[in-house]
Ligand binder design. Structure first.
Ligand code: NA7
Length: 493
């Protein structure tokens, strides 16, 4: 459906990952004028950047699609990263979006012009264009965080971050070191343990693991999904998935409630019954509550970590030397390859692009304490700038596509004010946002994420950077913006 707007708007979408592609589909459907800026040469965002062995999306594949674009061709209940990338490439081709995306175009600054109510978007090559609306869909986890380990640059073999996977690094029959036991490190253990001569997994914190089923779909299954989309709906809307989301968000917001206790019990039983060697068991026993860190969903980690080629090293790393890693206790692990699964700078969002809004307010200044956004989507001082999967949105083991779609519905209603000529600029008031953020921070501190562990969910002050209420509360908030919380500025003239 194409609507006629009495004020044709130009939209800039930043990023051609999952959320940017969503915005592009929605804008194209409306017949709007838009450009997607993508810094890389390909679409896909995190699914383009991450190519490490074992990469699997921890949301069931049929639930990790756009709601309007189900996909019958998944190979298994949980899809590999390459498959997910293939899905997004399929969607971009189907919706004919390639021509709308400017590749190799990194946005380096956004500058608001109050008089014109427009953003100037400047690219790395120095060119600039003017837009009425900016949609920041630049992702969360895309700036690799390298560990501060002495001597890292002296390593004689290949050492690299998991999001910069080195295809030429020896793995097969090699002595491999792996630093980090987040979702990434855990998945890599399960994928390379049988290929290496020896895998030393440097684990600073052990993980709770939620056991989940994994099974392949046969060609017959896929044919059935193609013939009858109701079979796909039966999976993506199943209580097993949707019910789990609700139970999970209830659990994280009611840390002593029945749902949380049930999750803890499942994880504890899985742990107690899976690890055979008592010494390894103590190394793998977490000393914090399940789901405090992002919960590991796996069907095989505990089995695979017990493979004889794997050694879990829990000592403190003293330094990296040319031929391996020296522990604080003096032990030395000789290594050919060193993989750094040490996570990402999760507080960057659209930065390092410089963003300057009204009254010369910069994003760095506005986010000096922590990255925040009104209901995770809009920002005071920065009119007509909308974030998809921006700071303090829901985090957990569920589909961020669903979250982005709901955020889009909210954003679209605000853009509508501009489209209809009812406003030239829209942003939350400082007062409304401060009141919201005060409530959010207070609630976030009481969630399971704030129950005493380290994780990328925490901001620099130790407060969980997440939506701290239920999934349904999020759905309700996204259904309709509260316009009294917004400064809606009319067009001049
Ligand atoms: P995470 O979840 O941030 O995990 C990083 C891991 O690296 C974690 O185990 C850290 O230990 C460890 N780490 C970080 N720095 C060091 C140093 N200096 N020495 C030893 N160990 C270190 O990143 P992932 O890539 O696994 O996952 C990120 C998200 O991507 C994931 O949650 C999904 O949403 C997709 P720590 O736990 O801090 O003790």
């Amino acid at each position: 459906m194409t609507t006629t707007s009495d004020r044709p708007l130009r939209h800039a979408v930043i990023g051609a990952g999952m959320a940017g592609i969503l915005a592009a589909i929605k804008l194209k459907h409306r017949g709007e004028d838009f450009v997607v800026y993508e810094k890389a040469a390909k679409i896909g965002g995190t699914w383009r950047e991450n190519r490490y062995p074992g990469l699997t999306c921890d949301v069931p594949a049929h639930a990790y699609t756009y709601s309007f674009e189900p996909y019958p061709d998944w190979q298994a209940y949980y899809a590999t990263g390459a498959e997910v990338q293939g899905y997004f490439e399929h969607v971009v081709a189907k919706y004919g979006l390639a021509a709308d995306i400017r590749f190799n175009s990194e946005v380096t600054s956004l500058d608001w012009d109050s008089a014109a109510s427009q953003w100037t978007v400047t690219l790395a090559d120095g060119t600039a264009e003017v837009f009425d609306v900016v949609i920041a869909a630049s992702g969360v986890l895309h700036h690799p965080r390298l560990p501060e380990i002495e001597g890292l640059d002296t390593f004689a073999g290949r050492a690299f971050h998991t999001a910069r996977w080195d295809e030429h690094a020896p793995i097969d029959g090699a002595r491999v070191g792996l630093v980090g036991s987040g979702s990434t490190g855990i998945q890599i253990v399960t994928a390379i343990n049988k290929k290496v001569e020896r895998l030393v997994h440097f684990q600073r914190s052990p993980q709770w693991v939620m056991p989940v089923p994994q099974f392949p779909y046969s060609e017959e299954d896929r044919e059935a999904f193609r013939r009858d989309p109701a079979l796909i709906d039966a999976i993506r809307f199943a209580d097993e998935y949707i019910g789990n989301i609700r139970r999970f968000t209830d659990a994280i917001t009611d840390v002593d409630g029945p749902q949380m206790l049930a999750i803890e019990q499942i994880c504890r039983d899985h742990f107690e019954t899976s690890i055979r060697d008592p010494e390894l068991k103590e190394k793998l026993r977490p000393n914090y509550r399940a789901a405090c860190k992002r919960l590991i969903y796996s069907w095989c980690y505990f089995e695979e970590v017990q493979h004889p080629a794997v050694f879990v090293e829990t000592g403190r790393i003293a330094r990296v030397e040319p031929h391996g890693v020296r522990m604080a206790g003096g032990a030395f692990h000789e290594l050919d390859t060193l993989i750094l699964a040490t996570g990402f700078h999760a507080d960057r969002f659209i930065r390092p692009a410089g963003v300057t809004g009204e009254g010369e307010m910069t994003l760095d200044r506005f986010w000096a304490t922590r990255p925040t956004a009104h209901y995770a989507v809009t920002l005071p001082h920065f009119p007509n700038l909308f974030m998809l999967n921006g700071p303090t949105g829901p985090v957990g083991n569920f589909s961020l596509i669903d979250i982005a779609e709901r955020q889009w519905d909210y954003i679209d209603q605000l853009i509508d004010l501009l489209r209809k000529g009812e406003a030239a600029a829209v942003m939350p008031t400082v007062e409304a946002h401060e009141a919201y953020e005060e409530r959010r921070v207070a609630a976030a501190k009481t969630t399971i994420f704030g129950s005493g562990c380290t994780s990328w969910y925490l901001d620099a002050t130790g407060v969980p950077s997440s939506w701290p209420w239920s999934y349904d509360a999020f759905a309700d908030a996204m259904a309709k913006p509260v316009l009294s919380e917004y400064a809606i500025r009319a067009r001049v003239g």
